[in-house]
Design a protein around this ligand. Structure first.
Ligand code: HEC
Ligand code: HEC
Length: 224
């Protein structure tokens, strides 16, 4: 009995320790999901205040997190739900006034390091994020054609600032931001990861997925 009590005390102390740091994830939970929800994901997708971070460790590159948390830039040109900010102009094209978008909280370098560490430990795979999904062998030249023309990704995503649709996250920094396996998995079957997302599951063969992933990865290297 004594032994059990002792180990309980140790466990509690281990959990309590990070709460003393100024930069813990509690302050993020008002807008972000941090733990896999017990009953289904995103029942109120359009009401969510921020992206799901419960699988951050399977999605992001740590160096990008450290940088972005110090200097957050808009990833979704139309905010978390484009219907709140995008307005069609005379030609029917969606336009967003960037000044309308809320500013994300920012942090100093050491807070950003702590937060990034904590985020990388969140690995509640919602299903659909597969290790090895990107083979490393895609051909970016074909991926570009698929992205900008054949598969219509460009209708919702920017592949360069100001070039492409604004209803999805920009992808011109995705090579720095996202893990290759996440990009390939999300491209292949978005609903397996975010069941309520309005990104369509497009019919593509395995080569398309590899080529598109190679193209997206090349964007933030300035190859395009
Ligand atoms: C007031 C609401 C709010 C709070 C509080 C908040 N965030 Fe966010 N966060 C957002 C929104 C909205 C976005 C989407 C921004 C965009 O796409 O441009 C976002 C995006 C992010 C992203 C990128 C996610 C992605 O999928 O693209 C990360 C990482 C992140 N937040 C981390 C944090 C951390 C860590 C904290 C706490 C220390 C925090 N946020 C607190 C609203 C919030
Ligand atoms: C009808 C609009 C639409 C089309 C077409 C579309 N997407 Fe998306 N995509 C979205 C939206 C919206 C999200 C954000 C999903 C979310 O936050 O849950 C997204 C998310 C993504 C993400 C994850 C980005 C991140 O930072 O979280 C990737 C990668 C992606 N899309 C790639 C593609 C590729 C590649 C194609 C073409 C094969 C494509 N998308 C076609 C709307 C679209």
């Amino acid at each position: 009995m004594k032994k059990i009590l002792l180990s309980l005390a140790v466990t509690t102390a281990a959990f309590a320790a990070p709460a003393t740091s100024a930069a813990d994830l509690d302050q993020c939970s008002s807008c972000h999901t941090l733990e896999a929800p017990a009953e289904g994901r995103n029942d109120h997708f359009q009401q969510r205040k921020g992206p799901d971070l419960s699988y951050a460790g399977l999605k992001f590159n740590q160096p990008w997190l450290v940088e972005w948390l110090q200097n957050p830039t808009a990833i979704r040109p139309s905010g978390i739900y484009y219907g709140h900010y995008a307005k069609a102009d005379a030609s029917g094209q969606d336009k967003v006034d960037a000044a309308d978008l809320p500013k994300h909280p920012s942090f100093d370098a050491s807070e950003a390091e702590d937060l990034a560490d904590a985020l990388m430990a969140l690995k509640a795979n919602p299903g659909g994020i597969e290790e090895g999904a990107f083979s490393g062998k895609g051909r970016g030249r074909f991926g570009k054609l698929a992205f900008t023309k054949l598969r219509g990704c460009k209708g919702c995503h920017e592949h360069a600032p100001g070039e492409g649709g604004v209803s999805g996250p920009e992808l011109y920094t995705a090579g720095k931001r996202l893990q290759p396996d996440f990009i390939a998995s999300f491209t292949a079957h978005p609903q397996a990861i975010e069941p309520r997302t309005w990104m369509p599951t497009l019919s593509m063969n395995a080569k398309d997925i590899q080529n598109i992933t190679a193209f997206v990865l090349s964007l933030s290297k300035g190859d395009e």
